[in-house]
Write a protein that binds this ligand. Sequence first.
Ligand SMILES: Nc1ncnc2c1ncn2[C@@H]1O[C@H](COP(=O)(O)OP(=O)(O)OP(=O)(O)O)[C@@H](O)[C@H]1O
Length: 284
Amino acid sequence: MTALLSIHDLTVTYRRDGSEVAALKQLSLDIATGECFAVIGESGSGKSTLALAVAGLLPASARIDGRIDWFLQSPPSSGATEHRPLKSAAKPSHSPLGGRDIGFVFQDPSASLDPVMAVGEQVAEVAHTHLGLTWSQSYAKAKTLLERVRLPDPDAALHAYPHQLSGGQKQRVAIAAAIAAGPKLLIADEATSALDTIVQAEIVALIRQLVAEDGMTLLFVSHDIALAAELAERIAVFRHGELVEFGATAQIVATPRHAYTRALLDAHLGLDAEPLLQQAGASR
Ligand SMILES: Nc1ncnc2c1ncn2[C@@H]1O[C@H](COP(=O)(O)OP(=O)(O)OP(=O)(O)O)[C@@H](O)[C@H]1O
């Protein structure tokens, strides 16, 4: 496996009300190119902090120690062919990756979509900005992307505003925008948590398909171990900012080593029931 990124001794500390919270403590792990990698854990375990650190989106108030090394090849818009270990000093406020190499899907699509801009323009803008396409090419790409995320009427959706779409449809638009520049890495941070179970399973299936079609690497962040197990080849289990268990999904689910992982599994009735994605199979 070739690493896409390698995290070494990453510690992230937030300052709040005069005290400090260590959200991640000396975390080290690699994410391989092309893999679907899930980070799970209960609320406050540091999952979002990791996702934001990888994307270079941590607030300036966060103190960051350690580093994240990137191994990117041929950035899509530059045409450069050299292999460049892109060393980030984990100083994410000026990430060298911009919005081009990483697509980010947040929990709440309303927060990432502009309420007063037609959704077609929002998707087209990503292609225009990062791929250097003309506006007419960017709109054509936006329409293709809205088809790929299976919005019911892509032509109408190009001109729709976010408030005219359902929560699931907004999340589809947010995914279209996130992949519009052809990122190497797609980060989905609780991207389905605000949706009902069936829509959630549809969005997971969509993410899985897009990641496979475009050869992206996926970092899937979730509190839901069953959902993560549906998608990921490897799972990292976080607790209190520390990596407590890490391994192949089948091993984590079948023979968890850590009591905390067992507790997460026990707490999830869905694992003994029909898998979520099979329940929604008809609508995939
Ligand atoms: N901007 C911030 N300022 C201060 N503290 C923060 C900030 N963001 C997160 N924290 C704290 O850092 C810790 C880890 O939070 P983080 O959001 O990474 O966890 P999480 O596992 O993603 O949880 P959740 O699923 O609830 O988002 C928590 O104690 C949280 O309160």
